[in-house]
Write a protein that binds this ligand. Structure first.
Ligand code: 5RP
Length: 228
């Protein structure tokens, strides 16, 4: 199976965990796209009553088009389960997210959910985080100063630009800085430092957050219970 087939496999597996009459956080990315497709099928075929809380405009559009009821995080009183992708997951089940520039909304939805599930193909499972550049969402005003400060600290920051050289914008119209770190030895320490920097709205380390991980492997999906 190629990477896309593995993503589809875990997307389809994930929706078997969704129960009727629940509120489900819907992540962002190509793996989640397969999951939302599969959820749309279940809603249609089984007449499920699901409220989806999307983490991006992209996911909201897709869910609505499939007939899934969509509410914002501020319109629901709780979220039962959030299903999202990830860019890297370490051996102790910490994660990097934000490759799709959606980690701020993803973290808001995840931290307001009873349970969090990540769905990934096996290439995302690593020993130590950091090969994937760590995304930061930053306010445009003063962002050059933030970049300078991060560079001086040896964190190898780069603005994320599109193919025309323009800043990639998040759904909140903020910029993204990626930190090219290679390896993150102390993720909690780094997360504490980053979130204290004025101008950084959110950083892409998702620590102690995931309950269940579904990994797409060549011999089928592996379900890992990371935390109770
Ligand atoms: C978006 C994310 C995505 O979940 C992450 O980038 C994984 O994406 P994909 O499923 O396309 O590999 O964090 O901000």
């Amino acid at each position: 199976m190629d990477q896309n087939e593995l993503k589809k496999l875990v997307g389809r597996k994930a929706v078997t965990f969704i129960q009727d009459n629940t509120v489900v956080g819907l992540g962002t990315g190509s793996t989640v796209k397969f999951m939302v497709d599969a959820l749309g099928e279940r809603v249609k075929n089984e007449h499920l009553h699901i409220v989806g809380v999307p983490t991006s405009n992209r996911t909201a559009e897709q869910a609505k088009a499939l007939g899934i009821e969509v509410k914002s995080v501020d319109e629901v009183d709780h979220i039962d389960l959030t299903i999202d992708g990830a860019d890297e997951i370490s051996a102790d089940y910490q994660g990097i997210k934000g490759g799709g520039a959606a980690h701020l909304f993803e973290k808001i939805v995840a931290t307001n959910s009873d349970k969090v599930m990540w769905i990934v193909d096996e290439s995302k499972m690593v020993k130590t985080l950091g090969k994937f550049p760590l995304p930061l969402e930053v306010i445009p005003y003063g962002s050059q100063q933030v970049l300078k400060k991060l560079a001086a600290k040896g964190l190898h920051p780069e603005f994320r630009l599109d193919e025309n050289g323009n800043h990639v914008l998040t759904d909140s119209k903020n910029y993204v800085i990626d930190l090219h770190l290679g390896q993150i030895e102390h993720p909690h320490k780094l997360a504490d430092y980053l979130i204290k920097q004025v101008g950084i709205v959110e950083q892409g380390l998702f620590l102690d957050m995931v309950n269940t991980i579904i990994v797409g492997r060549q011999n089928g999906p592996e379900v890992i219970q990371a935390r109770p």
